[in-house]
Design a protein around this ligand. Structure first.
Ligand code: TSX
Ligand code: MN
Length: 601
């Protein structure tokens, strides 16, 4: 089986992991449809997957996870850099030698009775200069079929590795050895022992105990964000938690933008948006991760390192994201959504009224009005990006797409205006550092509590966040000021005194994108304020919206009192980074404070 591997280092590493984990069988994944079909068949027999109706949901399956394994586990995620200061105040750090010792014990014999799959994958289009290869060894066939949709996986990747290509070794086990004769469970996992460990210096990943999402599909958060952010620092590029979209205006002129949002802001919805203004078009390059490089021409180019979407299902509807629904119409994997009596899927928000005879995500009959939702709030669809009706024609361009604007968003009920343009790259970096969101789920703390999430990278930065801020400042110096993307801050979630959302959001967000587009064209007017350029009266297209003058002004005016509080809050947050916080960020804060105090704003 492994004899056909020409890459001696890869072969030796696989053999080493086989000796450690003691799998009963080894499968070198080729990545074909045939192979995936067979894996799905086996998983249906085992009860891991339920085949959905061939007419309603062709080629699609439902997986139900163990209720203790339903999300990423941040408190069990570690950055194992040489020193704690390299991991920084926002990461869990472990000494790499101590962690490796622990992992050796944990993984000892952990795949006994199971098959170990060898999954070679490329993050980014195969052969692109910007792409990076990983090899995941996993005992989870569910991880394999998801990796096949989320990355370019299989034989083609082994081919480009040739004899000595670089790869990121990723070891993954659900952490449940299977003694001979013992019956397996549909979703084996080991929640009490779960560890997700990253070794930035050796660029390797070990994940134990979970089969879910970012814990198990190691190309995504572990590699394409945590390890890649570290690579980006070393190699002078950016690995960001950003969607990428192309925007075309009614004249046919096209620009690309990248945008970072914390969770629960509708990032996937924005990435696949149907524009509400006639003649405007949005096309999707990616919904989660952007790898961005400076090119010879002084511009920043982005690739989407992923090949699919792993989207939150609840809330995805014909109104919020028709393109996501079309994307997972066939050949999709659903995890922890509800099952209908006709073997289709359902989740909260898909339709206003649930169908009859719903089976919840744990396999129990469910009634409307039940205390618990039918679909788990973190339930997901996995589908290939190629099935997205508005996938951008350049989404697999090996050079990437040129980025004209970078947007930072957050879910804030006040203070942050609908849109503001940064004064320059340094101010834009400050905007990124200031990203925060009000919590929506009770599980994440009290509802409405402010959570700082700089650059939406809080759980995903593979090194000290203060050094990451510095890296952003450095990238600004490396680029050419007027060719780098301009930086914007947006907030769709301002509320009025009655607690109602002021901005219609969704397809109407194109109005904000239009203002940004026309700022770049030089045709949209703005007034300069301490917090950036705000839309001049009339420059933001609000035609056809029923917004009162008060509503308009509360969306796009600088509210000085609230901003003074915001700067106090940021000053306090920045203390976390102590003297490692780059001076220019403190200077931005002080500039804004002083200008708010002195100006009549
Ligand atoms: O995804 C959202 N976006 C971005 C869309 C491109 N959501 C969904 C919540 C996040 C998971 C939004 N919710 C957005 C938004 O722009 N805005 C809002 C708030 C909102 C909710 C409902 C209405 C208006 C605004 N109005 C009605 O339902 C009629
Ligand atoms: Mn994400």
């Amino acid at each position: 089986m492994l004899d056909e591997l020409r890459h001696q280092k890869l072969k030796a590493w696989i053999q080493e992991i086989i000796e450690l984990c003691r799998p009963t069988k080894i499968v070198l994944c080729e990545g074909s449809e045939q192979e995936a079909r067979l894996l799905c068949e086996e998983m249906v027999k085992k009860g891991t997957l339920i085949a959905l109706d061939e007419k309603k949901r062709p080629g699609s399956f439902l997986a139900r996870s163990n209720p203790k394994d339903v999300a990423r586990v941040e408190e069990r995620t570690f950055i194992c850099s040489k020193t704690q200061i390299e991991a920084g105040p926002t990461n869990n750090w472990r000494d790499p030698d101590e962690m490796l010792t622990h992992l050796q014990q944990l993984f000892q014999g952990c795949m006994h009775g199971r098959t170990m799959y060898v999954v070679a994958f490329s993050m980014g289009p195969i052969g692109s200069h910007f792409s990076r290869v990983g090899v995941q060894l996993t005992d989870s066939p569910y991880a394999v079929i998801n990796m096949r949709l989320m990355t370019r996986m299989g034989k083609d990747v082994l081919d480009i590795l040739e004899e000595d290509g670089e790869f990121v070794p990723c070891v993954h086990s659900v952490g449940v050895p299977l003694p001979v004769g013992q019956k397996d469970v549909p979703w084996p996992c080991s929640p009490e022992k779960t560890v997700i460990a990253h070794f930035p210096h050796t660029k390797s990943i070990w994940s134990f105990g979970s089969g879910y999402g970012g814990n198990a599909l190691l190309g995504k958060k572990c590699f394409a964000l945590r390890i890649a952010s570290y690579m980006g620092k070393e190699e002078k590029w950016l690995a960001e938690h950003m969607l990428i979209v192309g925007i075309t205006n009614p004249n046919g002129k096209k620009r690309y933008v990248a945008a970072a949002f914390p969770s629960a802001c509708g990032k996937t919805n924005l990435a696949m948006m149907q524009a509400a203004l006639p003649g405007w078009k949005v096309e999707c390059v990616g919904d989660d991760i952007a790898w961005m490089h400076l090119a010879e021409d002084g511009r920043l180019y982005a690739i989407n390192p992923e090949a699919g979407f792993f989207g939150v299902a609840p809330g995805t509807s014909q109104r919020s994201n028709p393109n996501a629904l079309a994307t997972c119409r066939k050949n999709a994997i659903f995890t922890n959504v509800a099952l209908t009596s006709d073997k289709d899927v359902w989740w909260e928000g898909l339709t206003s009224a649930p169908p009859e005879g719903v089976i919840d995500w744990q396999g129990m009959p469910w009634q409307p009005g039940a205390a618990q939702p039918a679909a788990h709030p973190n339930s997901r669809f996995t589908a290939s990006a190629s099935q997205c009706p508005i996938i951008d024609p350049h989404w697999e361009d090996p050079q990437g797409v040129p980025i004209s604007a970078i947007i930072f968003g957050g879910r804030r009920s006040n203070t942050i205006p609908l849109v503001a343009e940064a004064l320059d790259w340094e101010h834009g970096t400050f905007m990124g550092a200031c990203v925060s969101s009000e919590t929506t789920a009770a599980a994440a703390g009290d509802i409405g509590k402010l959570r700082h999430d700089p650059f939406a990278m809080l759980p995903f930065c593979g090194y000290n966040m203060a050094d990451y801020f510095q890296h952003w400042l450095d990238m600004g110096k490396l680029g050419i000021a007027d060719r780098l993307p301009r930086i914007y801050s947006v907030n769709w979630f301002n509320k009025d005194a009655q607690g109602q959302y002021i901005w219609p959001g969704f397809g109407d967000n194109i109005r904000v994108l239009k203002w940004i587009f026309e700022r770049l064209d030089g045709t949209a007017a703005a007034k300069k304020t301490p917090i950036g350029y705000l839309p001049q009266e009339g420059s933001l297209d609000l035609s056809g919206l029923q917004l009162s003058p008060e509503q308009r002004s509360s969306l796009i005016s600088l509210q000085a009192g609230l901003w003074q509080n915001e700067m106090k809050e940021m000053r306090s947050y920045f203390q976390k980074f102590a003297d490692r916080l780059p001076k220019p960020l403190l200077q931005q804060l002080e500039r804004i404070e002083q200008q708010l105090a002195s100006e009549k704003v």
